[in-house]
Every structure is written in structure tokens, then in C-alpha cells.
Design a protein around this ligand. Structure first.
Ligand code: FJH
Ligand code: FE
Length: 301
């Protein structure tokens, strides 16, 4: 009977259809990432191209490199990274800060640890539909203190994109996307609506939780859980410790996708043109000519 104690916001909970551990792998210059989406077994979960959890110490990082055709979403959990692009846009992304970067027709940038100690964060790559792949690059940047937050009954949420507990994020998503960072106290239970036509998954950051079906066995940190059909997620923290995880969902683009490393287009012909554009510094890559980041030159930021 719904409605006596609480109104059921999820009537048809999504079940976990696939689950795997994101194991560490080498990336960039001496960096190690735990890649869940974007590795061989899970090349594309439309519209998501990649999810990396990164935990590094200087001097490892991601020196000058290009992107075209998608968005990178960098969310720091601990420490900080500095970034700098070929158009002079630069800054530091600190713990709890968000950078939503629309690479569009082209960005060349560096992402390097900003301080000593461990830097921990997530980077998500969201594909763009053909009509947005060649738009001018754009940034949406939000400091942790300005992030949308809500809490209720032992559930705390930071709303990076989309809506939870009646609060909306100010971030604009060209590919309709939700991105929620939940912390559940021991014994807390969550019901989070997710549009039925969207692809969605959970990535666990800390602790262990039960997802989809209250009788399923608990899953630990660094695991990704792909969710099946339904109108939302149910999760339980049956442990005696904090449970922290992100829930990410997006409307599938349903378009052909061809990827060559940091370039993501719709056809092989567009990829070939992109490789030429980057090599000859044209069609959006003009500023790459003779540009090197301060970190590549060895200057202090
Ligand atoms: C050389 N220079 C290889 C190179 C590769 C790259 C790359 C990186 C991230 C990332 C992941 C997590 C994060 C929060 C802080 C960033 C990623 C994060 C994904 C690829 C292909 C650069 C220079 C290189 O960037 O920011 O957590 N992940 C996919 N690779 C590079 O960016 C060799 C000499
Ligand atoms: Fe990058």
C-alpha cells in the first residue's frame, strides 16, 4: 500500500543487468585510472563513452592532448588538478568542484595534478549528437560551495546534473544527462526516479551497497552496475559504514559512433578529416599551432 508511510517515487525499479570491477590501468603520462565504461568489454553505453576514476600523485598526469565531438565532465573528490587549454582558458579544479567541458569542434588542453598528495576524481565522457559535434567549445564550471545539494532520511545528494529530492542542478546538458553523487548513512534507503527511456548505471566510490533488488548481495567500491529497464533506482545501505556512489543516466543518441582515441564522430570519413584537421591545425585546431601548456614547458602555473 503506497502512501501511508512514504509515497513510492519508483514503481518499476531497475535491476542490475551487468556488474564489473574497474581495475587499474595505465593512461596518460604515468597516470593510473580505473576505467569502467570505455574499456574493451564495455566500449560504449550510449551516450556514455568513458568513465575513469583517477587517483594519482604528481608528476603523473595528462599533458597536452586534443578532444573533438563530445564533452568531458571532471568531478574532483580529493586534491586538485590544474587545466589549461590552447585558447588561454585555465584554472584549478578542487575537491567537490565540477568542470563540464564541451569540446565540440576542438580543444587541446592539459590536466595535471595541482598539489602534492593524492588527487582523486572522476572523468565522464558524454557523446554529443551530430548536430553539436562541431560547435564552438564551451565550459560550465561550478565550485563545490555552489553545488546543488539536498538531504532527507539519511540520504545526502550532490546534484551535478539533473534533479534529485526536488532540487535541480544549474548545469545545461546538450545530451540530456543526470549525474547524482549520493551518500547513504547506515540503514538508509533510496528511491531515485530515472527517465524510462534512458541508459543508466551506478559507480560505487566508498562502502558497500545493495542495488535494484533488496535481496541481492552487496557490491563494493570501484564496481560499476549497469541498470536494466525501469523508472528508477532503489538502493540500500545495510552496512555499518557510509555508502557513496554516483548514479549517471542519459538519453541514448541512437547514432553511429566512430572513435579514434580522443576524437569521437559519426563516420570514419569524419574521423579521417579530424586527424587531418589536428595534424594541420585547421577547422577548430588553429590555436594548437605552436601552443604548449605551461606545465609542458616546465613553467609554474
Ligand atoms: C602521452 N601523453 C598518452 C597521453 C594520454 C593523454 C586519456 C585520459 C582523463 C582523466 C580521468 C580521470 C580524471 C579527475 C581529474 C582526467 C583519460 C581526470 C581518458 C584518455 C585517452 C594525455 C596525454 C598523453 O583524462 O581529471 O579524474 N582520462 C582517456 N589520455 C590522455 O588524456 C601519452 C605522452
Ligand atoms: Fe582531456
Amino acid at each position: 500500500m503506497a502512501g501511508i508511510e512514504e509515497c513510492n517515487v519508483v514503481e518499476n525499479p531497475r535491476l542490475v543487468v551487468r556488474k564489473f570491477q574497474a581495475r587499474p590501468q595505465h593512461e596518460g603520462d604515468g597516470a593510473v585510472v580505473r576505467r569502467s565504461i570505455g574499456r574493451l568489454e564495455m566500449k560504449y553505453f550510449d551516450p556514455f563513452l568513458l568513465l575513469d576514476e583517477f587517483s594519482i600523485t604528481a608528476p603523473a598526469g595528462f599533458p597536452d592532448h586534443p578532444h573533438r565531438g563530445f564533452e568531458t565532465v571532471t568531478y574532483m573528490l580529493q586534491g586538485a588538478v590544474t587545466h589549461e587549454d590552447f585558447a588561454g582558458h585555465k584554472g584549478t579544479i578542487k575537491a567537490d568542484d565540477l568542470q563540464w567541458m564541451t569540446a565540440g569542434r576542438g580543444i587541446v588542453h592539459s590536466e595535471m595534478p595541482a598539489s602534492d598528495g593524492t588527487q582523486r576524481g572522476l572523468q565522464l565522457w558524454v557523446n554529443l549528437s551530430s548536430k553539436y559535434k562541431m560547435i564552438e567549445p564551451k565550459y560550465q564550471e561550478l565550485q563545490g560551495k555552489d553545488a546543488a545539494k539536498a538531504s532527507k532520511d539519511g540520504v545526502e545528494v550532490r546534484i551535478i546534473a539533473g534533479e534529485a529530492l526536488g532540487i535541480r542542478s544549474p548545469v545545461y546538458t546538450r545530451t540530456p544527462t543526470m549525474y547524482l553523487d549520493f551518500t547513504l548513512k547506515p540503514k538508509a534507503h533510496l528511491q531515485q526516479p530515472i527517465p524510462s527511456s534512458w541508459n543508466s548505471f551506478v559507480y560505487i566510490l566508498e562502502g558497500e551497497g545493495v542495488f535494484g533488488n533488496s535481496k541481492s548481495s552487496p557490491t563494493m567500491a570501484h564496481h560499476i552496475l549497469l541498470l536494466g529497464p525501469g523508472d528508477g533506482l532503489e538502493a540500500w545501505n545495510n552496512s555499518s559504514k557510509i555508502l557513496r556512489f554516483v548514479v549517471i543516466g542519459g538519453e541514448p543518441l541512437g547514432e553511429p559512433m566512430v572513435q579514434f582515441g580522443p576524437f569521437v564522430m559519426n563516420t570514419q570519413e569524419e574521423i579521417d578529416r579530424t586527424i587531418d584537421d589536428y595534424q594541420y591545425c585547421i577547422n577548430g585546431f588553429e590555436k594548437a599551432k605552436q601552443w604548449r601548456s605551461a606545465s609542458a614547458i616546465g613553467l609554474d602555473f
